[in-house]
Design a protein around this ligand. Structure first.
Ligand code: MEV
Length: 378
């Protein structure tokens, strides 16, 4: 653990709050609301979901000291598991010693999927859908004028054939730019609107009309270089890379490796009011996209003997609509990070996953989960 991280762990709750105030734009009032544990009222909870009889609290922690694309960020993390925030902060501190993380994203395109069944000539139907792409796009873009006014909406239509024991389905993908929303509502509404048009074009029957959580057009990437000196020497870099190679060749280990990455990701998804299940299903599906199940981070040694790490995952999160707007702490979490776009939030979330993986793997290959992190680097 870095000295700074060690010190933060030793502070009292009020001292930590004072430090968060110093390093973020949160006000005393904001911080008191976080501390109070009563930010989500019963009335708001009752509007969020059905059958409410109470609310349920979890620890709200912070991981200070992240540097992402040159910006210093204190990351909010909501979760119940001990050690996770501490080791994620340790990972962030290791990265910061060499300039921090570099993160990018591929934009905010999601997939709305329409399953068409009972098509006698699926190959012809597929081509007919592609021929009438423009008409489909224009029809579904009438669904959400607000999204269109922000430059979003359906931008493309793709069509695939899926063979199954129950016959061949035509799988139509509406490629929809959801901008700063997670997008589920708009996508589902657009898929439902497309269904009768697609039935008309293909002569088939539309069955499922819903988004796909495998958001391969909404990827986020982050990478980091950690100097061998900061890891206690090249022998520790080698152990680290060996641990990754084991995960890359062994599904039992890859699953746990990925759990360690999700330890960083999910607490930020919760803190910002986003959909944990959408992120989980997307990331795990991407872990075996097109090939075997594999670790969702990669670690390798560069020609200087330093450690290079990276992550690439789908990240369907938003900063507008739903719980992100209704839960008062979700808005404060964004304010803490000074985040104003879903794409930047996605970059921070993926980076937190990479930091969690860095911190915990380093402990595992050196002093063990509860050992003295600093001792390993000396
Ligand atoms: C525990 O929550 C996460 C770890 O199992 C991750 C890992 O083994 O890489 C420690």
């Amino acid at each position: 653990m870095s000295d700074q991280n060690f010190l933060f762990t030793q502070l009292t709750i009020d001292e930590r709050i004072a430090q968060v105030k110093e390093t973020t734009c949160l006000t005393d009032e904001d911080l008191q609301l976080i501390k109070s544990g009563t930010a989500l009222t019963l009335e708001t909870a009752d509007k969020m979901v059905e059958h409410v009889i109470g609310t349920y609290s979890l620890p709200y922690s912070v991981a200070p000291g992240f540097v992402i694309n040159g910006k210093k960020i204190t990351v909010p993390m909501v979760g119940e598991e001990p050690y996770v925030v501490k080791s994620t902060t340790a990972g962030a501190a290791l990265a910061a010693k060499n300039g921090g993380f570099t993160a990018t994203n591929t934009g905010s395109m999601m997939i709305g999927q329409v399953q068409l069944a009972q098509i006698s000539n699926p190959f012809t139907a597929k081509l007919k859908v592609l021929e009438r792409k423009q008409e489909i796009i224009e029809t579904v873009n009438k669904v959400d004028p607000v999204l269109i006014s922000f430059g979003g909406g359906c931008k493309d239509v793709e069509a695939y054939l899926t063979d199954s024991p129950a016959g061949t389905f035509l799988d139509v993908h509406l490629i929809i730019d959801v901008k700063d929303a997670m997008g589920a509502q708009a996508i589902n509404a657009m898929a439902e609107t497309a269904a009768p048009v697609l039935e008309n074009i293909t002569g088939g029957k539309a069955n499922l009309k819903v988004l796909s959580n495998l958001a391969v057009h909404r990827l986020v990437r982050s990478r980091v270089t950690v100097k061998k000196e900061d890891l206690g020497g090249e022998q520790n870099v080698d152990k680290f890379v060996s641990a990754w190679n084991f995960a890359n060749s062994n599904q039992f280990r890859a699953t746990t490796h990925n759990k360690g990455v999700m330890n960083g990701i999910i607490p930020v998804v919760v803190a910002t009011g986003n959909d944990t299940r959408a992120v989980e299903s997307g990331v795990h599906s991407y872990a075996c996209y097109g090939e075997k199940y594999r670790p969702i981070t990669i670690w390798e040694k560069n020609c200087n003997g330093d450690l290079e790490g990276m992550i690439e995952i789908p990240m369907a999160v938003g900063i507008v609509g739903g719980t992100t707007k209704m839960h008062p702490l979700a808005q404060l979490s964004l304010k803490m990070m000074d985040i104003h776009s879903a794409a930047e939030l996605a970059e921070v979330i993926a980076t937190t996953g990479l930091a969690a993986n860095l911190g915990v793997l380093y402990s595992l290959v050196t002093v063990g989960l509860h050992g003295d992190f600093d001792a390993a680097r000396k």
